[in-house]
Design a protein around this ligand. Sequence first.
Ligand code: PGA
Length: 252
Amino acid sequence: MRKNIVAGNWKMNTTLPEGVQLAKEVNAAVAATKDLKCEVIIGVPLTHLTAVKEVIDINKVGLAAENCANHASGAYTGEVSAAMVASTGANYVILGHSERREYYNETAEMLKEKVDLALENGLKVIFCCGESLEQRENGSFKEVIKAEINDSIFHLTPEQWKNIVIAYEPIWAIGTGKTATSDQAEEIHAFIRGLVAEKYGAQVADDTTILYGGSCKPSNAPELFAKPDIDGGLIGGASLKADSFMGIVTAF
Ligand code: PGA
């Protein structure tokens, strides 16, 4: 059976004290929630990983980095490797986010290298994909999503695949307040699950967690999460306050 997951993606927000405070609040709220129906993860800036790890119960709140390098180690000034991320006690890394693809020119090949290094170092990967508004409007969106998945994660073995979570994030819905309708999201989630089934078989596809991301909030999460192929969310803006994040966590 696949897991439901609600993961926060703080992006480049919070100073270290603010981030530690937010993590404490989320951890306390999760601990106080009975009958939790999903796994909870917080994705935090690299500078915060070690301190946040100290204030959460990692068995109840997963910890994700928002990036890692596409090289194992060496002369890459300013970069942080997957091994370094793993050594903080973090258990996830978010890769392939459209902001990284767009603003930092991350290519499919680089993402493939990052995915491989993350898995080699024992991190699970939340792999993001999704189309731009232009691609949605010109009808190429399914091809775009298929290529993003094919070119960066379909080289993995079925055993490695167990450590992959997919996040579908239409770029036109990220931080814009414009959510994909639950039907639009479900259509793509079912499409992605179909691709996984073709590649790895129906059972693996059925076990794969596919998250929706893009202006997800407490008010629209219940309708999105009610869809058969939407297994939770990757949450940006609404993850920056413990109460709105928890409003989504408890939406199942
Ligand atoms: P948003 O961001 O919830 O602020 O739209 C989602 C994401 O980019 O992961």
